[in-house]
Design a protein around this ligand. Structure first.
Ligand code: NAD
Length: 424
């Protein structure tokens, strides 16, 4: 058994959840005491105050963070979240999961994450630009193409990455595309990056459904969250032939057992910003969506939505975790006991985003750009290899799929730390 130490700096439900996952995995692979805490805790973090002039002339000071969990295996990598509920502990947990994810899929990166406590829906475009630029200005000495490479996450997008890349480039005095990924194509963004995470979620769901011998034509899907990941997951699964029976965003959900036209929903959201009043089906709450009878449930919004309270009531066959940390540890135990639901764990399921971010970074560093077909072919190849390694680990040690994925990711980070030794 490992000691339970919870850092006071990061203490929160979600950080404790990530730590318990780590402890369980470290026990399962008998990780030595000497390596445990070194591998587990974030390497360093930066907290910043971001004063922004508002539309009415007043000043608001926002708080922002960047946590670099692991720098032993390459620059750290991870998104930046703009959301009103961001905490340092949440950012640290997300950074930790990035370490295991990049390691699991074999990328030469450590894990990181950033966040700003703000509701981007309440900011004007100009305010959002000031906030994004100010955040990067504060991060200039903390990030960089060979130090830490941010990307979009909840509440951030290509436009914000463009402002951040511009701010960093102005500071260093030359164009530095490789400082962030998820940029517009015109600034060195990669073909396929925008849809990469959802395309990867859908591809893996398809592969697991093949293993379960469920034909796509008989597959129904409920997707929570209709942002970058959720909408692209829904779109790709509908193109594979599945019927999307429910989608949702923070305003609530839409349910239609006959199937929702995803292109129509995307068009609606493009102009209306949310799914509120979308006429593609009847209204449903986010809680009820999770409990719908469907083949694939894809939580693609925030953490800790599948809990021990609702896990017993789920009626899906496969959970495809597009979001990071959507299933609590207690819910995992309930689902394992039930034995009738397969989970594709987040570190595997949504890894398509960071894989294509890696491709984008490679293209920026070499100034040589790939076609969309090349990107997608390489993405699906890496996902196939990661899936195979997780399944082999699961079979070999009789682990759950999450434990198999986490042990692979954690072992590789620990091995790297062991090989590098400890600077005296
Ligand atoms: P996004 O901001 O583009 O979309 C988030 C969606 O979730 C929006 O539709 C929003 O309305 C909805 N939402 C917010 N709060 C909600 C709530 N309480 N209930 C239901 N829906 C809610 O963000 P995204 O980039 O799609 O990220 C979604 C998840 O995927 C996050 O967990 C993120 O960490 C993870 N992820 C993102 C990427 C990426 O490439 N963007 C990669 C890997 C993992």
């Amino acid at each position: 058994m490992s000691k339970v130490i919870v850092s006071s700096l990061y203490d929160s439900d979600v950080f404790r959840m990530a730590c318990r996952q780590f402890d369980k995995a470290a026990d399962a692979i008998n990780l030595s005491e000497a390596l445990r805490d070194r591998t587990k805790y974030p390497r360093r973090c930066l907290a910043v105050s971001l004063p922004i002039k508002r539309r009415d002339g007043s000043i608001t000071v926002f708080e922002g963070y960047r946590v670099q969990h692991n720098l032993s295996t390459g620059p750290s990598k991870g998104g930046i979240r703009f959301h009103q509920n961001v905490t340092l502990g949440e950012v640290a947990a997300l950074a930790m999961w990035m370490s295991w994810k990049t390691s699991l899929v074999g990328l030469p990166y450590g894990g990181a994450k950033g966040g700003v406590i703000c509701d981007p829906n309440q900011l004007t475009d100009a305010e959002l630009e000031h906030l994004s630029r100010r955040y990067m200005q504060e991060m200039v000495n903390f990030v960089g193409p060979h130090v830490d490479v941010p990307a979009p996450d909840v509440g951030t997008n290509e436009k914000i990455m463009a402002w951040m890349m511009d701010t960093y480039s102005n500071h260093v005095g030359h164009v530095e595309s490789a400082v962030v990924t998820g940029k517009p194509i015109a600034l060195g963004g990669s073909q396929g990056r925008r849809e990469a995470t959802g395309a990867g979620v859908a591809y893996l769901a398809k592969k697991y459904l093949e293993d379960l011998k469920v034909p796509m034509g008989k597959t129904t899907v409920a997707v929570q969250g209709f942002g970058n990941v959720g909408s692209e997951t829904a779109l790709a699964l509908s193109r594979y032939g599945a019927r999307i029976i429910a989608i949702s965003d923070y305003t609530g959900g839409i349910y239609n057992p006959k199937g929702i036209d995803i292109n129509k929903a995307l068009n609606y959201v493009r102009y209306q910003k949310t799914l509120r009043d979308f006429d593609g089906g009847e209204a449903i709450s986010n809680e009820a969506l999770l409990e719908l009878k469907c083949t694939v449930l894809a939580p693609c919004a925030l953490e800790r939505v599948i809990t021990d309270k609702n896990a017993g009531r789920l009626k899906c066959r496969l959970i495809a975790e597009g979001a990071n940390g959507p299933t609590t540890n207690a819910a995992d135990r309930v689902i394992e006991e039930r034995g009738d639901i397969e989970i594709i764990p987040d570190v595997l399921c949504n890894s398509g985003g960071v894989i294509v971010s890696y491709f984008e970074w490679l293209q920026n560093l070499s100034n040589y750009y790939w076609t969309r077909d090349e990107v997608m072919e390489k993405l699906f190849g890496m996902l196939d290899r990661a899936k195979d390694s997780v399944e082999a680990q699961k079979r070999k040690f009789k682990f759950s799929r999450r434990l198999a994925a986490l042990t692979l990711g954690i072992q590789r980070v620990a091995d790297a730390k062991q090989s590098r030794g400890l600077f005296p």
